[in-house]
Ligand binder design. Structure first.
Ligand code: NAD
Length: 491
Protein backbone atom coordinates (compact mmCIF):
# COMPACT_ATOMS: atom_id res chain seq x y z
CA UNK A 1 0.00 0.00 0.00
CA UNK A 2 1.16 3.50 -0.85
CA UNK A 3 2.44 5.46 2.17
CA UNK A 4 2.85 9.23 2.01
CA UNK A 5 5.08 11.30 4.32
CA UNK A 6 5.02 15.04 4.84
CA UNK A 7 6.76 17.31 2.36
CA UNK A 8 8.90 19.85 4.21
CA UNK A 9 11.87 21.83 2.95
CA UNK A 10 12.07 19.82 -0.28
CA UNK A 11 12.22 16.48 1.56
CA UNK A 12 9.86 13.68 2.51
CA UNK A 13 9.69 13.71 6.29
CA UNK A 14 8.06 11.28 8.74
CA UNK A 15 5.42 12.88 10.99
CA UNK A 16 6.53 13.67 14.52
CA UNK A 17 3.60 11.60 15.83
CA UNK A 18 4.82 8.56 13.89
CA UNK A 19 1.14 8.06 12.98
CA UNK A 20 -0.58 7.62 9.62
CA UNK A 21 -4.26 7.56 8.71
CA UNK A 22 -6.04 5.78 5.88
CA UNK A 23 -7.56 7.18 2.73
CA UNK A 24 -10.12 5.16 0.78
CA UNK A 25 -11.46 4.96 -2.74
CA UNK A 26 -15.05 6.24 -2.50
CA UNK A 27 -16.18 3.86 -5.24
CA UNK A 28 -14.71 0.58 -3.99
CA UNK A 29 -14.54 1.75 -0.34
CA UNK A 30 -11.09 0.12 -0.25
CA UNK A 31 -8.25 1.76 1.64
CA UNK A 32 -5.51 2.45 -0.90
CA UNK A 33 -3.02 4.73 0.84
CA UNK A 34 -1.75 5.87 4.20
CA UNK A 35 -1.25 9.54 4.90
CA UNK A 36 1.06 11.07 7.51
CA UNK A 37 -0.78 12.49 10.50
CA UNK A 38 0.90 15.84 11.01
CA UNK A 39 0.71 17.97 14.15
CA UNK A 40 1.79 21.34 15.52
CA UNK A 41 5.48 20.36 15.58
CA UNK A 42 5.37 19.44 11.88
CA UNK A 43 3.59 22.70 11.11
CA UNK A 44 6.35 24.62 12.91
CA UNK A 45 9.03 22.82 10.90
CA UNK A 46 7.23 23.62 7.64
CA UNK A 47 6.68 27.27 8.55
CA UNK A 48 10.34 27.57 9.56
CA UNK A 49 11.40 26.13 6.17
CA UNK A 50 9.05 28.48 4.34
CA UNK A 51 10.32 31.49 6.29
CA UNK A 52 13.92 30.60 5.51
CA UNK A 53 13.09 30.14 1.82
CA UNK A 54 11.36 33.51 1.80
CA UNK A 55 14.40 35.21 3.31
CA UNK A 56 17.10 33.33 1.39
CA UNK A 57 15.76 32.38 -2.04
CA UNK A 58 12.22 33.01 -3.24
CA UNK A 59 11.78 36.42 -1.65
CA UNK A 60 15.15 37.54 -3.08
CA UNK A 61 14.56 36.24 -6.60
CA UNK A 62 13.61 38.60 -9.42
CA UNK A 63 9.90 38.28 -10.28
CA UNK A 64 10.80 37.34 -13.88
CA UNK A 65 12.77 34.33 -12.60
CA UNK A 66 9.92 33.31 -10.31
CA UNK A 67 7.54 33.56 -13.23
CA UNK A 68 9.70 31.26 -15.36
CA UNK A 69 9.58 28.56 -12.68
CA UNK A 70 5.80 28.84 -12.51
CA UNK A 71 5.56 28.50 -16.28
CA UNK A 72 7.86 25.47 -16.14
CA UNK A 73 5.52 23.96 -13.53
CA UNK A 74 2.62 24.49 -15.96
CA UNK A 75 4.50 22.42 -18.56
CA UNK A 76 5.21 19.62 -16.09
CA UNK A 77 1.55 19.57 -15.00
CA UNK A 78 0.40 19.28 -18.61
CA UNK A 79 2.58 16.20 -19.07
CA UNK A 80 1.23 14.63 -15.86
CA UNK A 81 -2.41 15.76 -16.13
CA UNK A 82 -3.90 12.33 -16.86
CA UNK A 83 -2.07 10.66 -13.98
CA UNK A 84 -3.06 13.45 -11.57
CA UNK A 85 -6.68 13.18 -12.71
CA UNK A 86 -6.71 9.45 -12.00
CA UNK A 87 -5.31 9.98 -8.50
CA UNK A 88 -8.01 12.55 -7.80
CA UNK A 89 -10.72 10.08 -8.89
CA UNK A 90 -9.24 7.31 -6.73
CA UNK A 91 -9.31 9.65 -3.74
CA UNK A 92 -12.50 11.70 -4.16
CA UNK A 93 -14.64 9.53 -6.42
CA UNK A 94 -15.63 12.29 -8.83
CA UNK A 95 -15.84 11.39 -12.51
CA UNK A 96 -12.62 10.95 -14.47
CA UNK A 97 -14.24 13.09 -17.16
CA UNK A 98 -14.55 15.94 -14.63
CA UNK A 99 -11.26 15.50 -12.78
CA UNK A 100 -9.29 14.91 -16.00
CA UNK A 101 -10.68 18.15 -17.39
CA UNK A 102 -9.72 19.94 -14.18
CA UNK A 103 -6.15 18.60 -14.09
CA UNK A 104 -5.61 19.44 -17.76
CA UNK A 105 -6.90 22.98 -17.15
CA UNK A 106 -4.80 23.37 -13.98
CA UNK A 107 -1.65 24.37 -15.87
CA UNK A 108 -3.32 27.56 -17.05
CA UNK A 109 -3.37 29.05 -13.52
CA UNK A 110 0.38 28.55 -13.15
CA UNK A 111 1.06 29.93 -16.62
CA UNK A 112 -1.23 32.93 -16.15
CA UNK A 113 0.13 33.91 -12.74
CA UNK A 114 3.69 33.09 -13.83
CA UNK A 115 3.21 35.68 -16.57
CA UNK A 116 1.76 38.13 -14.08
CA UNK A 117 4.56 37.89 -11.53
CA UNK A 118 6.73 40.58 -13.17
CA UNK A 119 3.82 42.87 -13.99
CA UNK A 120 3.01 43.91 -10.44
CA UNK A 121 3.67 47.61 -10.55
CA UNK A 122 3.46 50.34 -7.98
CA UNK A 123 2.82 53.99 -8.74
CA UNK A 124 4.56 57.33 -8.42
CA UNK A 125 2.10 59.70 -6.80
CA UNK A 126 1.96 63.41 -7.65
CA UNK A 127 2.07 64.08 -3.93
CA UNK A 128 0.75 67.40 -2.57
CA UNK A 129 3.84 68.09 -0.41
CA UNK A 130 6.84 70.04 -1.57
CA UNK A 131 10.26 68.41 -1.49
CA UNK A 132 8.85 64.89 -1.27
CA UNK A 133 9.01 61.99 -3.71
CA UNK A 134 6.32 59.38 -2.94
CA UNK A 135 5.84 55.98 -4.51
CA UNK A 136 3.95 52.77 -3.75
CA UNK A 137 5.00 49.16 -4.07
CA UNK A 138 3.25 45.82 -3.58
CA UNK A 139 5.07 43.41 -1.30
CA UNK A 140 4.46 39.76 -0.44
CA UNK A 141 3.34 38.81 3.06
CA UNK A 142 6.05 36.19 3.62
CA UNK A 143 4.75 32.77 4.67
CA UNK A 144 1.15 32.06 3.69
CA UNK A 145 -0.97 29.06 4.69
CA UNK A 146 -3.20 27.43 2.07
CA UNK A 147 -6.02 25.18 3.33
CA UNK A 148 -8.07 23.18 0.82
CA UNK A 149 -11.20 20.95 0.81
CA UNK A 150 -11.80 17.51 -0.67
CA UNK A 151 -14.00 18.25 -3.63
CA UNK A 152 -11.47 19.60 -6.17
CA UNK A 153 -8.11 19.40 -4.40
CA UNK A 154 -5.63 20.39 -7.11
CA UNK A 155 -7.81 22.96 -8.85
CA UNK A 156 -8.64 24.80 -5.64
CA UNK A 157 -4.99 24.62 -4.62
CA UNK A 158 -3.95 26.19 -7.94
CA UNK A 159 -6.33 29.11 -7.35
CA UNK A 160 -4.28 29.95 -4.23
CA UNK A 161 -0.80 28.60 -4.84
CA UNK A 162 -0.23 30.18 -8.27
CA UNK A 163 -0.98 33.80 -7.21
CA UNK A 164 0.67 33.33 -3.78
CA UNK A 165 3.95 32.22 -5.39
CA UNK A 166 3.77 34.74 -8.23
CA UNK A 167 3.43 37.48 -5.61
CA UNK A 168 6.65 36.26 -3.97
CA UNK A 169 5.29 34.44 -0.90
CA UNK A 170 6.36 31.02 0.31
CA UNK A 171 3.75 28.49 1.33
CA UNK A 172 2.59 25.75 3.68
CA UNK A 173 -0.27 23.70 2.25
CA UNK A 174 -2.79 21.76 4.33
CA UNK A 175 -4.96 19.58 2.05
CA UNK A 176 -8.16 17.87 3.16
CA UNK A 177 -7.65 14.76 5.29
CA UNK A 178 -10.00 12.96 2.86
CA UNK A 179 -8.04 13.72 -0.31
CA UNK A 180 -4.38 14.45 0.38
CA UNK A 181 -2.77 12.12 -2.18
CA UNK A 182 -2.96 14.27 -5.30
CA UNK A 183 -1.46 17.29 -3.50
CA UNK A 184 1.40 15.11 -2.22
CA UNK A 185 2.05 13.72 -5.72
CA UNK A 186 2.00 17.29 -6.96
CA UNK A 187 4.91 18.16 -4.63
CA UNK A 188 7.23 16.02 -6.74
CA UNK A 189 6.25 18.06 -9.81
CA UNK A 190 7.14 21.31 -8.07
CA UNK A 191 10.61 19.91 -7.41
CA UNK A 192 11.04 19.04 -11.08
CA UNK A 193 9.94 22.55 -12.06
CA UNK A 194 12.82 23.95 -9.99
CA UNK A 195 11.26 25.55 -6.92
CA UNK A 196 13.93 26.01 -4.24
CA UNK A 197 13.50 23.88 -1.10
CA UNK A 198 11.06 25.32 1.41
CA UNK A 199 9.07 27.46 -1.05
CA UNK A 200 6.23 24.91 -1.14
CA UNK A 201 5.62 22.65 1.86
CA UNK A 202 2.76 20.26 2.54
CA UNK A 203 1.63 19.11 5.99
CA UNK A 204 -1.19 16.56 5.92
CA UNK A 205 -3.56 15.77 8.76
CA UNK A 206 -6.73 16.95 10.44
CA UNK A 207 -8.25 20.40 10.73
CA UNK A 208 -7.63 20.89 14.44
CA UNK A 209 -4.23 19.16 14.46
CA UNK A 210 -2.68 20.84 11.40
CA UNK A 211 -5.04 23.53 10.06
CA UNK A 212 -5.52 25.35 13.33
CA UNK A 213 -1.81 25.44 14.33
CA UNK A 214 -1.08 26.75 10.83
CA UNK A 215 -3.59 29.56 11.29
CA UNK A 216 -2.24 30.31 14.77
CA UNK A 217 1.47 30.22 13.92
CA UNK A 218 3.14 33.57 14.58
CA UNK A 219 5.16 33.46 11.34
CA UNK A 220 2.18 32.79 9.08
CA UNK A 221 1.02 36.17 7.79
CA UNK A 222 -1.96 35.26 5.63
CA UNK A 223 -4.36 32.34 5.16
CA UNK A 224 -6.22 31.41 1.99
CA UNK A 225 -8.96 28.91 2.78
CA UNK A 226 -11.58 27.01 0.82
CA UNK A 227 -14.11 24.94 2.71
CA UNK A 228 -17.34 25.08 4.64
CA UNK A 229 -18.70 28.30 6.13
CA UNK A 230 -18.49 26.76 9.60
CA UNK A 231 -14.74 26.07 9.35
CA UNK A 232 -14.27 29.41 7.58
CA UNK A 233 -15.88 31.22 10.49
CA UNK A 234 -13.62 29.44 13.00
CA UNK A 235 -10.53 30.31 10.98
CA UNK A 236 -11.65 33.91 10.63
CA UNK A 237 -12.14 34.16 14.41
CA UNK A 238 -8.70 32.75 15.16
CA UNK A 239 -7.09 34.92 12.48
CA UNK A 240 -8.67 37.94 14.17
CA UNK A 241 -6.58 37.22 17.29
CA UNK A 242 -3.47 37.90 15.18
CA UNK A 243 -5.14 40.60 13.04
CA UNK A 244 -4.21 38.41 10.07
CA UNK A 245 -5.87 38.77 6.66
CA UNK A 246 -7.72 35.76 5.28
CA UNK A 247 -9.27 34.87 1.96
CA UNK A 248 -12.35 32.72 2.49
CA UNK A 249 -13.98 30.70 -0.29
CA UNK A 250 -16.95 29.13 1.44
CA UNK A 251 -20.19 27.35 0.66
CA UNK A 252 -23.24 28.31 -1.32
CA UNK A 253 -26.92 27.70 -1.97
CA UNK A 254 -27.08 29.19 -5.40
CA UNK A 255 -30.34 30.00 -7.19
CA UNK A 256 -30.63 28.81 -10.78
CA UNK A 257 -33.52 30.87 -12.20
CA UNK A 258 -35.52 29.83 -15.28
CA UNK A 259 -37.87 32.38 -16.91
CA UNK A 260 -40.70 31.45 -19.23
CA UNK A 261 -38.82 33.01 -22.20
CA UNK A 262 -35.80 30.71 -21.74
CA UNK A 263 -34.50 28.18 -24.25
CA UNK A 264 -35.97 25.27 -22.30
CA UNK A 265 -33.65 22.56 -23.66
CA UNK A 266 -30.58 24.60 -22.77
CA UNK A 267 -32.02 25.45 -19.36
CA UNK A 268 -32.75 21.81 -18.53
CA UNK A 269 -29.13 20.89 -19.34
CA UNK A 270 -27.87 23.88 -17.35
CA UNK A 271 -29.93 22.86 -14.32
CA UNK A 272 -28.65 19.29 -14.53
CA UNK A 273 -25.05 20.49 -14.82
CA UNK A 274 -25.64 22.80 -11.87
CA UNK A 275 -26.80 20.13 -9.44
CA UNK A 276 -26.00 16.61 -10.62
CA UNK A 277 -22.50 17.14 -12.05
CA UNK A 278 -19.85 16.22 -9.48
CA UNK A 279 -22.68 14.49 -7.58
CA UNK A 280 -23.68 17.94 -6.37
CA UNK A 281 -20.43 18.19 -4.38
CA UNK A 282 -19.55 21.60 -5.65
CA UNK A 283 -19.68 24.94 -3.89
CA UNK A 284 -21.41 26.49 -6.91
CA UNK A 285 -24.16 23.85 -7.07
CA UNK A 286 -27.38 25.38 -8.39
CA UNK A 287 -29.24 23.68 -5.58
CA UNK A 288 -32.26 26.02 -5.55
CA UNK A 289 -34.09 25.93 -8.87
CA UNK A 290 -36.52 28.83 -9.30
CA UNK A 291 -38.95 28.26 -12.18
CA UNK A 292 -41.52 30.77 -13.45
CA UNK A 293 -45.00 29.50 -12.64
CA UNK A 294 -46.38 29.27 -16.22
CA UNK A 295 -43.71 26.77 -17.28
CA UNK A 296 -43.16 25.09 -13.89
CA UNK A 297 -45.01 21.79 -14.47
CA UNK A 298 -43.77 21.25 -18.01
CA UNK A 299 -40.19 22.16 -17.04
CA UNK A 300 -40.20 19.78 -14.07
CA UNK A 301 -41.51 16.99 -16.32
CA UNK A 302 -38.69 17.46 -18.83
CA UNK A 303 -36.08 17.81 -16.13
CA UNK A 304 -37.17 14.63 -14.35
CA UNK A 305 -37.32 12.64 -17.59
CA UNK A 306 -33.70 13.53 -18.42
CA UNK A 307 -32.28 13.36 -14.88
CA UNK A 308 -33.85 9.91 -14.46
CA UNK A 309 -31.59 8.63 -17.27
CA UNK A 310 -28.34 9.70 -15.56
CA UNK A 311 -26.07 6.68 -15.32
CA UNK A 312 -24.80 6.05 -11.82
CA UNK A 313 -21.66 4.02 -11.26
CA UNK A 314 -17.90 3.72 -11.66
CA UNK A 315 -16.38 7.21 -11.82
CA UNK A 316 -13.56 5.92 -14.04
CA UNK A 317 -16.04 4.88 -16.76
CA UNK A 318 -16.76 7.26 -19.63
CA UNK A 319 -20.41 6.18 -19.50
CA UNK A 320 -20.98 7.34 -15.92
CA UNK A 321 -22.77 10.61 -15.17
CA UNK A 322 -23.08 10.46 -11.39
CA UNK A 323 -20.38 9.03 -9.13
CA UNK A 324 -20.31 8.15 -5.44
CA UNK A 325 -20.31 10.60 -2.56
CA UNK A 326 -16.72 11.31 -1.52
CA UNK A 327 -16.84 10.78 2.23
CA UNK A 328 -18.90 8.72 4.66
CA UNK A 329 -19.89 11.75 6.82
CA UNK A 330 -20.99 13.58 3.66
CA UNK A 331 -23.06 10.58 2.56
CA UNK A 332 -24.85 10.49 5.94
CA UNK A 333 -25.42 14.24 5.79
CA UNK A 334 -27.09 13.99 2.36
CA UNK A 335 -29.33 11.11 3.45
CA UNK A 336 -30.30 13.14 6.56
CA UNK A 337 -31.21 16.14 4.41
CA UNK A 338 -33.49 13.99 2.25
CA UNK A 339 -35.38 13.12 5.44
CA UNK A 340 -35.41 16.78 6.50
CA UNK A 341 -36.98 17.77 3.15
CA UNK A 342 -39.63 15.04 3.38
CA UNK A 343 -40.44 15.96 6.98
CA UNK A 344 -40.80 19.61 5.96
CA UNK A 345 -43.42 18.60 3.41
CA UNK A 346 -41.44 18.85 0.17
CA UNK A 347 -42.63 16.46 -2.52
CA UNK A 348 -39.98 14.08 -3.89
CA UNK A 349 -40.48 13.52 -7.64
CA UNK A 350 -37.17 11.78 -8.36
CA UNK A 351 -34.75 9.69 -6.31
CA UNK A 352 -34.86 10.30 -2.60
CA UNK A 353 -32.68 7.47 -1.33
CA UNK A 354 -29.38 5.64 -1.48
CA UNK A 355 -28.70 4.10 -4.90
CA UNK A 356 -28.09 0.37 -4.63
CA UNK A 357 -28.64 -0.68 -8.26
CA UNK A 358 -26.17 -1.98 -10.86
CA UNK A 359 -22.64 -0.60 -10.52
CA UNK A 360 -23.20 0.62 -6.97
CA UNK A 361 -20.62 -1.78 -5.44
CA UNK A 362 -22.43 -1.40 -2.11
CA UNK A 363 -20.85 2.05 -2.08
CA UNK A 364 -22.11 5.44 -0.89
CA UNK A 365 -24.24 6.50 -3.85
CA UNK A 366 -27.23 8.82 -3.59
CA UNK A 367 -29.84 8.89 -6.35
CA UNK A 368 -30.21 12.22 -8.15
CA UNK A 369 -33.08 13.68 -6.15
CA UNK A 370 -35.61 16.37 -7.01
CA UNK A 371 -38.08 18.01 -4.63
CA UNK A 372 -40.97 20.19 -5.75
CA UNK A 373 -43.29 22.23 -3.56
CA UNK A 374 -40.31 23.63 -1.71
CA UNK A 375 -40.71 26.93 0.14
CA UNK A 376 -37.65 29.13 0.36
CA UNK A 377 -37.81 29.27 4.15
CA UNK A 378 -37.48 25.47 4.47
CA UNK A 379 -34.14 24.11 5.67
CA UNK A 380 -33.74 22.16 2.43
CA UNK A 381 -33.79 25.50 0.58
CA UNK A 382 -31.63 27.43 3.04
CA UNK A 383 -28.81 25.07 4.03
CA UNK A 384 -25.96 23.74 1.90
CA UNK A 385 -26.39 19.99 1.36
CA UNK A 386 -23.40 19.43 -0.95
CA UNK A 387 -25.03 16.51 -2.73
CA UNK A 388 -27.30 15.71 -5.72
CA UNK A 389 -30.44 17.18 -4.14
CA UNK A 390 -32.42 19.81 -6.05
CA UNK A 391 -35.14 21.99 -4.47
CA UNK A 392 -37.61 23.55 -6.90
CA UNK A 393 -39.44 26.76 -6.00
CA UNK A 394 -41.96 28.43 -8.32
CA UNK A 395 -42.03 32.22 -8.79
CA UNK A 396 -44.40 34.75 -10.34
CA UNK A 397 -42.24 37.47 -11.91
CA UNK A 398 -38.79 39.08 -12.02
CA UNK A 399 -39.31 40.89 -8.73
CA UNK A 400 -40.20 37.72 -6.88
CA UNK A 401 -37.32 35.82 -8.51
CA UNK A 402 -34.89 38.43 -7.17
CA UNK A 403 -36.50 38.36 -3.72
CA UNK A 404 -36.33 34.58 -3.41
CA UNK A 405 -32.91 34.39 -5.08
CA UNK A 406 -31.41 36.82 -2.57
CA UNK A 407 -33.30 35.57 0.49
CA UNK A 408 -30.41 33.38 1.64
CA UNK A 409 -27.33 33.75 3.84
CA UNK A 410 -25.02 32.72 1.00
CA UNK A 411 -24.02 34.59 -2.16
CA UNK A 412 -21.56 32.50 -4.15
CA UNK A 413 -23.25 32.21 -7.56
CA UNK A 414 -26.52 32.47 -9.46
CA UNK A 415 -27.79 31.30 -12.85
CA UNK A 416 -30.38 33.03 -15.04
CA UNK A 417 -32.07 31.49 -18.08
CA UNK A 418 -33.82 33.98 -20.36
CA UNK A 419 -33.82 35.14 -23.98
CA UNK A 420 -34.47 38.75 -22.94
CA UNK A 421 -31.20 40.71 -22.79
CA UNK A 422 -32.73 43.50 -20.71
CA UNK A 423 -33.94 40.99 -18.14
CA UNK A 424 -30.52 39.28 -18.16
CA UNK A 425 -28.81 42.58 -17.34
CA UNK A 426 -31.37 43.54 -14.70
CA UNK A 427 -31.00 40.18 -12.99
CA UNK A 428 -27.20 40.34 -13.08
CA UNK A 429 -27.47 43.75 -11.36
CA UNK A 430 -29.86 42.65 -8.67
CA UNK A 431 -28.62 39.20 -7.67
CA UNK A 432 -26.33 39.35 -4.64
CA UNK A 433 -23.71 36.83 -5.72
CA UNK A 434 -20.03 36.89 -6.66
CA UNK A 435 -20.74 35.15 -9.98
CA UNK A 436 -23.82 35.44 -12.18
CA UNK A 437 -24.13 33.14 -15.19
CA UNK A 438 -26.63 33.99 -17.91
CA UNK A 439 -27.72 31.05 -20.08
CA UNK A 440 -24.80 28.97 -18.85
CA UNK A 441 -23.73 27.44 -15.55
CA UNK A 442 -20.60 26.22 -13.75
CA UNK A 443 -18.14 28.04 -16.00
CA UNK A 444 -14.84 29.14 -14.41
CA UNK A 445 -11.57 30.48 -15.78
CA UNK A 446 -8.14 31.53 -14.53
CA UNK A 447 -8.94 34.98 -16.01
CA UNK A 448 -12.19 35.68 -14.22
CA UNK A 449 -12.51 36.53 -10.51
CA UNK A 450 -14.31 34.02 -8.34
CA UNK A 451 -15.57 34.43 -4.80
CA UNK A 452 -18.54 34.99 -2.59
CA UNK A 453 -20.85 37.70 -1.35
CA UNK A 454 -22.28 37.41 2.15
CA UNK A 455 -21.61 34.14 4.02
CA UNK A 456 -19.97 32.62 0.92
CA UNK A 457 -16.73 34.34 1.77
CA UNK A 458 -14.44 37.24 1.19
CA UNK A 459 -11.68 38.00 -1.26
CA UNK A 460 -11.36 36.72 -4.81
CA UNK A 461 -9.43 33.98 -6.56
CA UNK A 462 -8.46 33.95 -10.27
CA UNK A 463 -8.19 36.97 -12.52
CA UNK A 464 -5.57 39.72 -12.34
CA UNK A 465 -7.01 41.41 -9.26
CA UNK A 466 -6.69 38.25 -7.18
CA UNK A 467 -2.90 38.49 -6.95
CA UNK A 468 -3.45 41.48 -4.65
CA UNK A 469 -4.91 39.08 -2.07
CA UNK A 470 -1.29 37.95 -1.59
CA UNK A 471 0.30 41.39 -1.57
CA UNK A 472 0.37 44.30 0.83
CA UNK A 473 0.74 47.89 -0.26
CA UNK A 474 3.59 50.07 0.98
CA UNK A 475 3.94 53.83 0.58
CA UNK A 476 7.52 55.17 0.50
CA UNK A 477 8.26 58.85 1.25
CA UNK A 478 11.61 60.39 0.32
CA UNK A 479 12.42 63.96 1.25
CA UNK A 480 14.72 65.51 -1.35
CA UNK A 481 14.73 69.03 0.13
CA UNK A 482 15.49 69.92 3.72
CA UNK A 483 12.48 71.24 5.54
CA UNK A 484 12.27 73.85 8.29
CA UNK A 485 8.69 72.87 9.10
CA UNK A 486 7.53 72.85 12.71
CA UNK A 487 8.35 69.29 13.94
CA UNK A 488 5.37 69.35 16.33
CA UNK A 489 2.84 69.49 13.52
CA UNK A 490 1.93 66.73 11.06
CA UNK A 491 3.60 67.33 7.68
P1 NAD B 1 -14.19 21.73 5.60
O1 NAD B 1 -14.43 23.13 6.02
O2 NAD B 1 -14.68 20.64 6.46
O3 NAD B 1 -12.63 21.46 5.41
C1 NAD B 1 -11.83 22.24 4.54
C2 NAD B 1 -10.39 22.20 5.02
O4 NAD B 1 -10.30 22.92 6.25
C3 NAD B 1 -9.86 20.81 5.31
O5 NAD B 1 -8.51 20.75 4.91
C4 NAD B 1 -9.99 20.71 6.83
O6 NAD B 1 -9.11 19.78 7.41
C5 NAD B 1 -9.66 22.13 7.24
N1 NAD B 1 -10.20 22.54 8.53
C6 NAD B 1 -11.35 22.16 9.10
N2 NAD B 1 -11.51 22.79 10.29
C7 NAD B 1 -10.45 23.61 10.45
C8 NAD B 1 -10.04 24.54 11.46
N3 NAD B 1 -10.78 24.75 12.55
N4 NAD B 1 -8.90 25.23 11.29
C9 NAD B 1 -8.15 25.05 10.18
N5 NAD B 1 -8.46 24.17 9.20
C10 NAD B 1 -9.61 23.46 9.33
O7 NAD B 1 -14.77 21.63 4.12
P2 NAD B 1 -14.90 20.33 3.20
O8 NAD B 1 -16.00 19.49 3.75
O9 NAD B 1 -13.56 19.73 3.00
O10 NAD B 1 -15.35 20.97 1.81
C11 NAD B 1 -16.66 21.23 1.48
C12 NAD B 1 -17.01 22.68 1.69
O11 NAD B 1 -16.13 23.49 0.92
C13 NAD B 1 -18.40 23.03 1.22
O12 NAD B 1 -19.02 23.87 2.16
C14 NAD B 1 -18.16 23.78 -0.08
O13 NAD B 1 -19.17 24.67 -0.45
C15 NAD B 1 -16.89 24.48 0.21
N6 NAD B 1 -16.20 24.82 -1.04
C16 NAD B 1 -16.12 26.14 -1.39
C17 NAD B 1 -15.52 26.50 -2.60
C18 NAD B 1 -15.38 27.93 -3.01
O14 NAD B 1 -14.51 28.22 -3.83
N7 NAD B 1 -16.18 28.85 -2.49
C19 NAD B 1 -15.02 25.51 -3.44
C20 NAD B 1 -15.13 24.17 -3.05
C21 NAD B 1 -15.72 23.85 -1.83
Amino acid sequence: MKKYDLYINGQWVKPESGKYFETDNPYTCEVWAQIARGNETDVSLAVHAAKKAFNDTWGEMKPTERGKILVKLAEVIEREATRLGEIEVRDNGKLLAEMGTQTRYLAEWYRYFGGLSDKIEGAVLPIDKSGIFNFTKHEPYGVVGLITPWNSPLLLLAWKLAPALAAGNTTVIKPSEFTSASTLEFMTLTEEAGFPAGVINCVTGFGLEVGQPLVDHKDVSKIAFTGSDISGQKIYERAARKIMPVTLELGGKSPNIVFNDADVDAAVMGVISGIFAATGQTCIAGSRLLVQKEIHDEFVKRLVSIAREAKIGDPMSKETNVGPVTTEPQFKKIIDYIKVAKDEGANCVLGGKQYEGPGSMGSRFVEPTIFIGVKNEMRIAQEEVFGPILSIIPFEDEKEAVEIGNDILFGLAAGVWTSNIGRALRMSDKLKAGTVWINTYRAVSFMSPFGGYKRSGQGRESGQESIKEFLQLKSVWIAHETSNANPFIIR
